[in-house]
Design a protein. Structure first.
Lengths: 320, 295, 264
């Protein structure tokens, strides 16, 4: 359930990396660009999965850290340097800092409160992006971001793709290592049964906070890639629709596996970019219908990982 | 001090008016949340639907007939939508919070988009009904009568809700359900009916609030998300299922939205988050959550 | 030598309901101390006041002479209070071995690291613990798929992994088959002397088989503390359980599955 058997997984993972690395050699530039967008969004979805699937913290505001990273990278590229990978590292730091500043409040809450609070945090950050015009460019966003430069020359379509792929792999590797480590096991313990973790002597809040910050940092990194790829950042990139799309990718890809949400993200991007334009701007309608369908059709629901049967823990704790 | 009050009187009164509007919206959200443990993200869309209804029924200059008809229609529509939503949530009762939130989110997106398709992307402004579209002098400042009436109506509703929840049998059931849902079903109360009633009435309040808010906010795409977030913040601050908490939270957020934006335009978002953070640190369950409330 | 656990005038109210009322309890080091009493006597609540899941309304709780009244459940667990819960409460999506590993890592080296070090020692200890509770060879099974009795055994393994000084067990034998029950008794008897056990149990055969000391609770108060023999002979206890002094046999086990916890 957590991952495919180690060996199969390794071969599949290796094959996927080889395929991804070779893709620009046989794909048309347009397809390469689509694949670039997929990688950016996949990293966001994987980082959200660390929260939703691994730690059991369903965040509705994860796009905030993605957006902050994107703004930070765009601003830095415009005003300081376009030399890669400096802007995405700035984005990583910005995502981590924002997640740390807001996460310590969020991890104090549980259940519906956590959903509400992350939603509110996401919207507040989006509002801030819209109103803080001198830095963010207000509702126009930051545009005219220069191309990322490696070794002094700007990246072309394939170069940008490889740049994004390399950063994606690094970010994904971090998430994967965290999830497979003893620390990751503790996060899964919190997801399955937080009261029991406390009874074992785990102070669970710091664990959740660290997971929140790591997820925020990687989301920020993904945002940095977005800035490099779009060369334009608008308030929509940290808005609720982005957060909802990322959540959708996690859910349809299978929460908790990290790689599943990446596939989910690819699907979401295909639908958004290929089907979306034919909807005449009614994308949210499709998104809403998909959410309704997903909730009813997925056999065990969005969390996917909850073991069957009753969940005595909550009752235990809530009896009191 | 007095001159400061003078200078900001309009902002303060606006804040109170927004606060009462938020209260009507938040009380439904809070009770749905407290009694059913469901985060209803469709609440904002219902508010927006109420706003469009006001415009569709009465036009941009509604007469009393049109305005009251809009309120009545919104009440009926809210009740029906709430009932339908309860029916949709019913099969998901054993699932996690996320599933229920995603369902209501899906519904909210669909409703908002359908409204945008029906009414377009422009702001649909609605004037107050005749007689209320004037201004009066409050401490020497001209102020719209409609907003004063809204304040009075909101205050009246707050008192009525408080009395119903604290003094009646139905209210006792509400309080008991917020405190311990399983217990209430164990003593033989038909939880299913309670759930339909709570979602129905909560949605009714949201739709009616939309009509009442139309002369202030108008109706436009995106308004649903804005008011939903504010109402969520109110509920987090006030504590779930608490009438007093919803009222005080709503009045506080109203002031942050109005006075805060007037004085510190750039920082209003941060003040909003700051208020949230402070409340959650001091009182993790919200300011007025009952002893049985769960986090 | 001070008591392993002592409760002094411990009380707990839920609203107007006084569930635990001025309880004094001394659990001697190395004891197998049973808490018995009719449904609603406050046994589970008292255990939770010791584990820290619940806070006392009055009185104080000490662990080996140290006042732990104000400490959180997490701190108490780290000081050596292990527990098994009434309803097996596990990490459902993980295997039995992964469940135990969580507890082992927390207690064997004082915390969790991102970098996996000494993992080999952790898994060796996990295997040892699983074998100890009778789950050898079942480590690879996902906890949610274990049989009821096995889950209770796994609970014990989790508690033991914490190297507890005091082990609190809430109805460890509830829902177990006879064979599983025998194995459990064996296991508890086989625990080293340094582990003090305080347990709530409805199965009085098991209580009198295992306990070195018995405390009878009724309506939140201590009725009697004494040796199993003394408790067996007490007329007062008889009245509390049966409302009469004449009924035989002495102890009718209470109805299984009845709500024992006051639902406030």
């Amino acid at each position: 359930m957590i991952a495919p058997p180690v060996h199969t997984g390794r071969y599949l993972g290796g094959a996927a990396v080889v395929f991804l690395a070779a893709a620009p050699l046989f794909l048309a530039p347009y397809a390469t660009t689509t694949l670039t967008r997929m990688l950016v969004f996949a990293l966001l979805a994987a980082s959200l999965d660390l929260l939703v699937g691994v730690t059991g913290l369903p965040s509705l505001g994860h796009a905030a850290y993605f957006g902050v990273g994107a703004y930070a990278a765009a601003w830095f590229t415009k005003n300081v340097t376009a030399t890669g990978p400096v802007p995405v590292l700035v984005a990583l730091a910005a995502g981590a800092a924002t997640a740390a500043a807001t996460g310590w409040v969020a991890v104090r809450t549980h259940g519906v409160f956590f959903l509400m609070l992350t939603l509110a945090i996401g919207e507040i950050v989006a509002q801030a992006a819209e109103t803080w015009e001198p830095v963010t460019g207000g509702s126009n966003g930051l545009y005219g971001v220069p191309s990322t430069r490696i070794a002094g020359s700007p990246l072309d379509v394939a170069g940008l793709y490889w740049y994004v792929l390399a950063v994606f792999l690094a970010g994904f590797l971090v998430l994967w290592l965290v999830s497979r480590s003893p620390f990751g096991a503790a996060l899964r313990g919190i997801r399955d049964n937080e009261p029991r973790m406390r009874a074992l002597g785990y102070a669970t809040r710091p664990y959740k906070f660290v997971a929140f910050v790591i997820a925020g940092a990687v989301a920020g990194l993904a945002g940095g890639l977005l800035a490099a790829q779009q060369r334009l950042v608008t308030p929509a990139d940290l808005g609720f629709t982005t957060a909802a799309l990322a959540l959708l990718a996690v859910i349809i890809g299978g929460a908790g596996s990290l790689w599943g949400p990446c596939l989910g993200a690819a699907l979401v991007i295909v639908v958004r970019d290929v089907v979306g334009p034919d909807l005449g701007g009614h994308g949210p309608l499709l998104l809403g219908l998909v959410f309704i369908l997903v909730v009813y059709l997925l056999p065990r629901g969005a969390a996917g990982l909850r073991p069957p049967g009753r969940r005595p823990v909550r009752e235990e704790a809530s009896r009191i | 001090m007095l001159s400061w009050l003078d200078a900001n009187l309009v902002s303060i009164l606006n804040g109170v008016a927004i606060g009462f509007l938020l209260f009507i919206l938040a009380i439904g959200l809070s009770l749905i949340f407290g009694m059913m443990d469901v985060l209803n993200l469709g609440h904002g869309a219902l508010f927006l639907a109420g706003g469009y209804l006001a415009w569709a029924v009465g036009g941009s200059d509604p007469g009393w007939g049109g305005f009251l008809a809009a309120i009545a229609l919104a009440a009926v529509a809210g009740l029906v939508c709430g009932g339908a939503l309860a029916g949709m949530v019913e099969p998901l009762r054993r699932r996690g919070h996320l599933d229920q939130a995603l369902l209501t989110l899906g519904v909210a997106l669909v409703v908002a988009e359908l409204l945008a398709m029906l009414f377009g992307r422009d702001v649909r402004a609605v004037n107050p009904p005749p007689g209320l579209d004037r201004t009066v002098l409050v401490l020497g400042e001209p102020y719209p009568v409609y907003r004063l009436v809204l304040i009075a109506a909101g205050a009246g509703l707050a008192v009525v809700t408080h009395l119903v929840v604290e003094r009646t049998t139905v209210g006792a059931l509400v309080r008991a359900t917020v405190a311990d849902r399983e217990m209430v079903s164990a003593i033989g109360v038909d939880n299913r009916r309670v759930r339909f009633a709570v979602l129905g009435l909560g949605s009714l309040a949201a739709a009616v609030a939309g009509v009442l808010g139309a002369p202030i906010y108008g109706a436009r795409p995106g308004l649903d998300a804005t008011v939903l977030i504010l109402a969520l913040v109110v509920v987090v601050i006030g504590g779930l299922g608490s009438v007093r908490g919803a009222l005080i939270g709503a009045l506080l957020i109203g002031q942050i939205e109005s006075l805060g934006r007037a004085l510190l335009a750039d920082a209003a978002s941060f003040i909003l988050f700051g208020a949230l953070a402070i409340v959650l640190i001091v009182r993790p369950q919200g300011l007025f959550a009952g002893p049985g409330a769960r986090s | 030598m001070s008591a392993a656990v002592s409760c002094r005038s411990v009380g707990r109210t839920f609203g107007a309901l006084r569930v635990v009322d001025g309880v004094d309890l001394e659990v001697r080091p190395g004891a197998r101390h049973a808490l018995i009493g009719p449904n609603g006597a406050g046994k589970t609540t008292l255990l939770r006041l010791v584990t820290g899941l619940l806070r006392v309304s009055e009185g104080s709780v000490e662990l080996a002479g140290r006042d732990i009244t104000r400490l959180s459940e997490v701190r108490r667990a780290r000081l050596g209070i292990g527990q098994t819960l009434q309803h097996a409460s596990l990490f459902g999506s993980m295997t039995a071995a992964e469940n135990v590993a969580l507890a082992v890592r927390r207690h064997e080296r004082g915390g969790i690291r991102v970098v996996p070090v000494r993992e080999r020692a952790v898994w060796a200890r996990v295997d040892q613990l699983l074998a100890e509770v009778g789950l050898a060879g079942r480590g690879g099974v996902v906890a949610a798929r274990l049989a009821h009795g096995e889950r209770k055994q796994l609970e014990v393994a989790l508690a033991l992994a914490c190297r507890p000084r005091v082990l609190l067990m809430d109805e460890p034998a509830a829902g177990m088959s006879t064979a599983e029950r025998t194995a459990l008794a064996e296991l508890v008897r086989g625990l080293p002397e340094r582990v003090t056990v305080l347990f709530v149990e409805h199965d009085l055969d098991l209580v009198f088989e295992l306990a070195t000391e018995v405390t009878v609770l009724s309506l939140g108060r201590v009725l009697l503390t004494g040796s199993p023999e003394a408790v067996r002979a007490s007329a007062e206890v008889r009245r509390a359980y049966l409302g009469t002094t004449r009924a035989e046999p002495l102890f009718l086990p209470p109805v299984r599955g009845g709500a024992d916890v006051p639902t406030s």
